[in-house]
Design a binder for this molecule. Structure first.
Ligand code: NAD
Length: 500
């Protein structure tokens, strides 16, 4: 038992002040690897959320942030990036304890988050509209780009700091204000981020954080009439509820949802590289990853030897204490998630897939751990081929032709990402075109760059994050049509009336 782990107590940030829930209620989080309480947070309710929205509304309607020169906003966002880096080790520690992910992966997540803030800082000075000097001698058209307003943000527990950093700095860059509702399991680093933002000089009310249950705080944020846009990352099921609630004032909705992503390995690929990426792609973050490469499609001519190599490699992946730097697979985040993974593994067995590795809970004194698992002989119709398992479980299928691989790749409701492994130029281009997903990795897997848009086709989402495209997400366009000189196009002017 790791007795050095302490419980930290957090508060919400509303209108620049650190506060508990109005009724004093709190909730706790146990480390899923150590069964110890690691955090205590305000159990926010409707009153707290309403206060946060009112603060964000005021900050948007009357405050300096949306009106500030881009260069000033840029400096503040760059200071946030520095602030994240200054406490990176501690943020990674909190992330590992709350989520169960290995500390080495938490470290990578914090570094990537800082990079997102640094990149978004550059966008503050590149938010611009358009002009039309072609409308005739007496007209000028201006297209003004303006911040959309108050943005509600709801995030999941699997990459807490990274996912809020995919939204918040981009919304702030263009002058929006925000109310953030982090996941109940992992609010710690989002609250720490708010501290960093405050220290960096973000004006009061621009960023507000309210912790609490999704069904109360998240639901209220989704339906709130003073919120102009809702940016949600989470499950497809809750995404649907968010859309429903948002209808009340027709707020703009941007959704990053689930995935059932294929890695497609052709016989001519660099098979050693593909092997490493397949194992990484499905077991990284315990498979609790929207981009998890949870389906392996392997060409039949190499299937037997490649699948055997995957099983042998997966057998040696170190599973254990997230705080051990050597660990690659940590604890499953919650009892509910653990139950869902076990249920889907049972479904795989019942539907006739061949279990080649794992399929069991690991016997440990504390926490919930699942051995890396491989199912072969999977058919596209099976639940383990269609449903997001969100656990360390690989479903292996085979194919003969590229057309068949593309058909199987596209045979789920999801369309988030895919990996294609081949040395043949035509094959990778044709597959990249054929697969209906927002990201295609070619001879690599799960890289991410702030420059490149990210989001899903089909039921994996609505809209895109990152890059200059995120400016579109968080802005409105306003057309200003200006007449120059004396009026030339009279609607009704009685005959003979002179100009005044
Ligand atoms: P979830 O949908 O259960 O919860 C996400 C957030 O929604 C949490 O903050 C939760 O409190 C809140 N919520 C719950 N009920 C709500 C309601 N009625 N109204 C508003 N908010 C509500 O998801 P999760 O279990 O936290 O995360 C796992 C899911 O997230 C997976 O499906 C995964 O694929 C997806 N995900 C997608 C991406 C992406 O970028 N596409 C990234 C990470 C995770």
């Amino acid at each position: 038992m790791n007795t050095a782990i302490a419980t930290r107590t957090y508060e919400n940030l509303i209108d620049g002040r650190w506060v508990g829930a109005q009724d004093g209620a709190t909730f706790e989080r146990q480390s899923p690897a150590h069964d110890l309480v690691v955090g205590r947070y305000p159990q926010g309710g409707i009153v707290d959320l309403d206060a946060a929205v009112a603060a964000a509304r005021r900050a948007f309607d009357e405050g300096p942030w949306p009106r500030m020169a881009g260069v000033e906003r840029s400096r503040i966002l760059a200071r946030v990036a520095d602030g994240i880096r200054a406490v990176a080790d501690d943020l990674a520690y909190v992330e590992a304890l709350e989520s169960g992910k290995p500390i080495s992966q938490a470290n990578g997540e914090i570094t990537s988050s800082a990079d997102l803030w640094e990149y978004a800082a550059t966008l503050c000075r590149h938010t611009y509209g358009d002009t039309y000097n072609t409308l005739g001698p007496d007209m000028l058209g201006l297209v003004l780009r303006e911040p959309i307003g108050v943005v509600g943000m709801i995030t999941p527990w699997n990459f807490p700091l990274l996912i809020i950093s995919q939204k918040l700095p981009f919304a702030l860059a263009v002058g929006c204000t925000a109310v953030v509702k982090p996941a109940e399991f992992t609010p710690g680093t989002t609250i720490r981020l708010a501290e960093i933002c405050q220290a960096a000089g973000l004006p009061d009310g621009v960023l507000n954080v309210v912790t609490g249950p999704g069904s109360v705080v998240g639901a209220r944020l989704s339906e709130h009439v003073d919120v102009d846009m809702l940016s949600f990352t989470g499950s497809t099921a809750v995404g649907r509820r968010v859309i429903e609630a948002s209808k009340i004032n027709l707020k703009k909705v941007e959704l990053e949802l689930g995935g059932k992503n294929p890695q497609i390995v052709f016989a001519d690929a660099d098979l050693e590289a593909a092997l490493d990426a397949v194992v990484f792609g499905v077991y990284f973050n315990m498979g609790e990853c929207c981009n998890s490469g949870s389906r392996l499609l392997v060409q039949r001519s190499i299937a037997d030897s490649f699948i055997e190599a995957v099983v042998e490699r997966a057998r040696t992946v170190p599973v254990g204490d997230p705080l051990d730097p050597a660990t690659k697979v940590g604890a499953i985040a919650s009892e509910e998630q653990f139950g869902k993974i076990m249920e889907l593994m049972d479904a795989g067995r019942a539907e006739g897939a061949r279990l080649l590795l794992g399929g069991e809970r690991l016997a440990t004194e504390q926490g919930r751990f699942i051995q890396p698992t491989v199912f072969a002989g999977v058919e596209p119709t099976m639940r383990i081929a269609r449903e997001e398992i969100f656990g360390p479980v690989l479903s292996v299928m085979t194919f003969d032709t590229a057309a068949e691989a593309a058909r199987v790749a596209n045979s789920t409701q999801y369309g988030l990402s895919a990996g294609v492994w081949s040395r043949d130029f035509d094959t990778v281009i044709q597959m990249s075109r054929a697969i209906r997903a927002g990201t295609i990795w070619v001879n690599t897997f799960m890289d991410g760059y702030p420059e490149l848009p990210f989001g899903g086709y089909k039921e994996s989402g609505l809209g895109r994050e990152f890059g200059r495209f995120s400016i579109d997400a968080f802005t409105e366009l306003k057309s200003v049509q200006m007449h120059l000189g004396p009026r030339t196009n009279w609607w009704h002017r009685p005959a003979g009336e002179a100009a005044r």
